[in-house]
Design a protein around this ligand. Structure first.
Ligand code: G3I
Length: 373
């Protein structure tokens, strides 16, 4: 090549690189910075910075965190007069240190809540007023402690049945349907600036989505603050659910406020039963045919998962004006609850980073989507 031509070529390459136009984002949070936060649920060793694989991933790829278990009632408030803030304080510290949008999960839920919460000292069910007082103490104590630091709360989790009716939990049976609005009222009073969400799974199901709309609308109409709806997003490959179903719910929820994708994962294993969702009381026995990829994920399955993540992220990007966060339910495949539910002891690959902490191919594909928008 002639020297003049070579100089010209070097010059052109230098200009195009330094202009920044060809620079591709190298992390998820950077790729989506103009659209929404990219979050991950973290376990104890992750926010304690003891998990060396997860630490660099969290620090570079994510700008929002949710505590997978440690702010649930049984952990943070195990006994009537005992609050355990050691882990939660560290969780919040980790998020503040890394400039993350910090989520609190979850204040009022039927699951992972000790029985004593609903009983008096003799083991009899509490009255409505006594349970409301207990709920208020719990919410006020925790939300006040992290005021200005925890940016968004899953105030009430999973209060609906699949047909959109109210789940008959102990909260519902003792207090009545207004336990939900009371929870929002107490949370808002404790931190008026915090985002407050109603969070549930299977909200792509139209009947359940309509139930969530009725519920949130009725609370907002009373002048009580609800920021929006958290769609968990425990999905599976091969169009389960269909992206159009997810989109239809996002559109409905967008009319009431903000939509948060709170617990995304994409299961690649054969379904143990037809029902999909996150009802943790449902379980199935381990059988070989339910656990086919113990060594590695075959290429066809890997591609099917990439396609699923891309389909969902394309919907999220299309509706980014309504969505403030997309959070995956865990950091690496090995951390995921999907290895243990609904069948324990399986090898699933539900997340974006592999068991060694390496980026899966899907990460690169997702990082390119915003520029194609
Ligand atoms: O930490 C204990 C350990 O000490 C004990 O030896 C072991 C024995 O079972 O249990 C450990 O606790 C488990 C905990 O996860 C931590 O691994 C609990 O049994 C187990 O029930 C718990 O499961 C969690 C589940 O919620 C129930 O709280 C999952 O990790 C967590 O991913 C899952 O998250 C839920 C969301 O909060 C709400 N939406 C659905 C989602 C998936 O179920």
């Amino acid at each position: 090549m002639k020297k003049g031509l070579l100089t010209l070529l070097v010059f052109a390459v230098t200009i195009s690189c330094s202009s920044g136009q060809n620079e591709k984002p190298t992390t998820l949070k950077e790729a989506y910075k103009d659209y929404f936060y990219i979050g991950a649920a973290v376990n104890t060793s992750q926010y304690m910075e003891q998990d060396e694989r997860a630490k660099p991933i969290l620090e570079t790829q994510f700008n929002s965190i949710t505590p997978e278990n440690d702010l649930k009632w049984e952990r943070i408030h195990p006994e009537l007069d005992v609050y355990d803030f050691e882990g939660p304080d560290k969780y919040v510290e980790f998020g503040v240190k890394n400039n993350m949008f910090i989520i609190g999960h979850t204040l009022v839920w039927h699951s992972q809540t000790p029985n004593w919460v609903f009983e008096d000292e003799n083991g009899n069910p509490l009255t409505r007023d006594a349970l409301l007082a207990r709920m208020k103490d719990h919410i006020t104590t925790i939300v006040t402690r992290y005021k200005g630091k925890i940016n968004g709360w899953d105030v009430v989790n999973e209060a609906l049945n699949e047909d959109g009716s109210m789940r008959e939990s102990k909260w519902y049976n003792i207090i009545g349907p207004d336990f939900i609005e009371k929870a929002f009222e107490y949370a808002h009073a404790a931190d008026p600036d915090a985002e407050l969400y109603y969070n549930d799974y299977n909200l792509y199901n139209a009947a359940k989505a309509d139930g969530a709309v009725r519920l949130v609308k009725s609370i907002q109409e009373k002048g009580i603050h609800v920021t929006g709806i958290g769609m968990q997003g425990h999905y599976s490959i091969n169009g389960n659910p269909k992206p159009e179903e997810v989109e239809a719910s996002i559109i409905k929820f967008g009319e009431l406020g903000v939509v948060a994708v709170t617990e995304l994962d994409v299961d690649v294993l054969p379904p143990a039963f037809e029902y999909m969702g996150a009802e943790i009381s449902m379980r199935a026995e381990l059988r070989d045919e339910l656990n086919p990829y113990t060594e590695r994920m075959p290429d066809s399955i890997k591609q099917a998962q990439i396609n699923s993540f891309v389909d969902y992220f394309n919907i999220y990007l299309k509706h980014f004006d309504k969505i403030n966060r997309v959070t995956t339910w865990g950091v690496t495949d090995g951390d995921s609850w999907k290895n243990g539910w609904p069948v324990s002891g399986r090898t699933n690959y539900a997340l974006l980073f592999d068991r060694e902490g390496n980026e899966k191919e899907v990460v690169n594909v997702l990082m390119e989507l915003p520029s194609k928008k």
